[in-house]
Design a protein around this ligand. Structure first.
Ligand code: SF4
Ligand code: SF4
Length: 94
């Protein structure tokens, strides 16, 4: 499956969003054991601008993360809080 194609139950509004817009959702919503980051808690390396302070030295798990259709669902939302809420909803983790 094309990773930019949303499942049928989601509106296909992500097809145009194929690059990371640095919205910060994937650095906040999921738990990341390598960073000892709990679910829904902002990574300590995430700046208020939603850029990573250790980008050049970020761990493998962050390097391997790739934008997909979920970015199209979350990135257009106006606040990090809204983006994280939607990200967790999609994964049934809210
Ligand atoms: S959720 Fe997607 S658009 Fe937002 S920071 Fe992560 S990869 Fe980039
Ligand atoms: S280390 Fe950087 S890229 Fe990885 S989750 Fe934290 S802010 Fe995001």
């Amino acid at each position: 499956m094309n990773r930019f194609e949303a499942p049928d139950e989601y509106p296909p509004r992500s097809s145009w969003l194929r690059d990371c817009t640095a919205c910060g959702a994937c650095c906040t919503a999921p738990d990341i054991s390598t960073l000892q980051k709990p679910l829904g808690v902002r990574c300590l390396n995430l700046q208020h601008s939603c850029l990573c302070t250790i980008y050049e030295n970020r761990p493998e798990v962050c390097r391997n993360y790739q934008p997909d259709w979920i970015c199209g669902e979350v990135a257009p939302l106006p606040t990090l809080e809204a983006r994280v809420k939607r990200f967790l909803e999609i994964y049934g983790l809210e």
